[in-house]
Ligand binder design. Structure first.
Ligand code: MN
Ligand code: MN
Length: 293
C-alpha cells in the first residue's frame, strides 16, 4: 500500500490533531550536494512501511490524532522561506499542537524554533555532525551552515546543546568561545555512552520545554548516507531513539532535515520516517502516563 500524499496514519483533521506534519521542500542553501527538497515526500512515502501498532508502548499510531498539512510552496530564497515557515508553524504552537517538520536543508529549522511564542522558555537539542555556527556562509546568514547560530540568537546560548558534532571550522570554535553554546561531540558520546550523554545534555537545558532539531547527518552515513554532507563517526539510529525517549516528557516540537532522496536506496528515508513515528509514540506515551486515571 502506498499513499504518498500524506504521512502514514495522519488521519486526523486539523481541529482534532495533537501532532501536525509539515513539509518544507527547500534546499537552496545546500553547500555540497542538493536533493533535500525531495525529503518530505520521500519520508512520507516510506512511512507507509510500518505497522501502525507500536510494540514498545502498545500504542497504535492510527489512534493518535495527527494531521498532515502537506508541503509548503517552493521558495526562491532562504529569507523568504524563513518568513513563510515561521508563519506556517506559529499557528501550530498557538493551537497547543506539536509540529513535526520535514526538510529540506537545515536552513528550514530556525524558523520552526523562531515560531515558538516564548523563546526564553525553549531549550533546543540540535543533533548534527556539524556545528552550523557560522555567522554567514557563502554570503547568506540564513544558510544551513548558520542554523545553530540563528537559533542561539533566538533562544540564547544557554538554551541550546548540539549533540553528535564531529566536523567544525576553527572559526566556529573560536566564535563559540565568546558565545558559549554547549556541545557534546560524537566521540564523547561513543566513549561515555548515549544514556549518560543525553542525560547530561538534558540537564544543561533548564527550560521546561525542548525542541529537537535532527540533521539526519548526525547519524552515521552507514545508516543515513543519503544526505547533503555525510560525515563518518556518527550516532547510531538507536542513539537518536534514546534521545527522543529521554526528551519526550519535555518535547514540544521536532524536525528532521537534510534527507536527500537522490542518494537514497530507501534506508535513510525509512529511518527518518521511523524516528518521526518514535517521537509521536514517545510523547503520547509520556502524556498518557501523567493523565490521572
Ligand atoms: Mn545541519
Ligand atoms: Mn549537518
Amino acid at each position: 500500500m502506498q499513499r504518498p500524499g500524506t504521512f502514514a496514519d495522519a488521519n486526523a483533521d486539523w481541529d482534532d490533531a495533537r501532532f501536525v506534519v509539515l513539509g518544507v521542500p527547500f534546499d537552496r542553501t545546500t553547500s555540497f550536494r542538493p536533493g533535500a527538497r525531495f525529503g518530505p515526500d520521500a519520508i512520507r512515502q516510506h512511512s507507509w512501511n510500518f505497522e501502525s501498532y507500536d510494540l514498545e508502548t502498545g500504542l497504535d499510531l492510527a489512534d493518535i490524532p495527527t494531521h498532515d498539512l502537506g508541503n509548503m510552496e517552493e521558495f526562491g530564497s532562504a529569507q523568504v522561506m524563513v518568513d513563510g515557515v515561521r508563519e506556517a508553524v506559529a499557528p501550530i504552537y498557538a493551537a497547543g499542537k506539536f509540529p513535526i517538520t520535514f526538510g529540506g536543508d537545515h536552513a528550514c529549522s530556525p524558523p520552526c524554533v523562531e515560531a515558538y511564542p516564548k523563546p526564553d522558555e525553549l531549550g533546543v537539542l540540535y543533533l548534527d555532525a556539524h556545528m552550523d555556527f557560522r555567522s554567514s556562509y557563502l554570503g547568506d546568514p540564513r544558510s544551513h551552515g548558520c542554523s545553530a547560530r540563528r537559533i542561539v540568537e533566538r533562544v540564547g546560548a544557554r538554551n541550546v546543546v548540539v549533540l553528535g558534532v564531529r566536523s567544525v571550522s576553527a572559526e566556529e570554535i573560536s566564535d563559540n568561545k565568546q558565545i558559549g553554546m554547549s556541545f557534546v561531540t560524537a566521540h564523547e558520546i561513543a566513549r561515555e555512552g548515549i544514556d549518560s550523554a543525553v542525560q547530561r545534555a538534558l540537564n544543561m537545558l533548564k527550560t521546561d520545554h525542548i525542541y529537537i532539531s535532527l540533521d539526519i547527518d548526525a547519524i552515521d552515513p552507514a545508516y543515513a548516507g543519503a544526505t547533503g554532507t555525510p560525515e563518518p563517526f556518527g550516532l547510531t539510529p538507536r542513539d537518536v531513539k534514546t534521545v527522543l525517549q529521554q526528551a519526550a516528557p519535555r518535547l514540544c516540537g521536532f524536525d528532521i532535515m537534510e534527507v536527500s532522496p537522490p542518494y537514497d536506496q530507501g534506508n535513510t528515508s525509512v529511518l527518518a520516517a521511523r524516528l518521526a513515528r518514535e517521537a509521536i509514540v514517545r510523547v503520547t506515551a509520556d502524556q498518557n502516563s501523567r493523565r490521572p486515571s
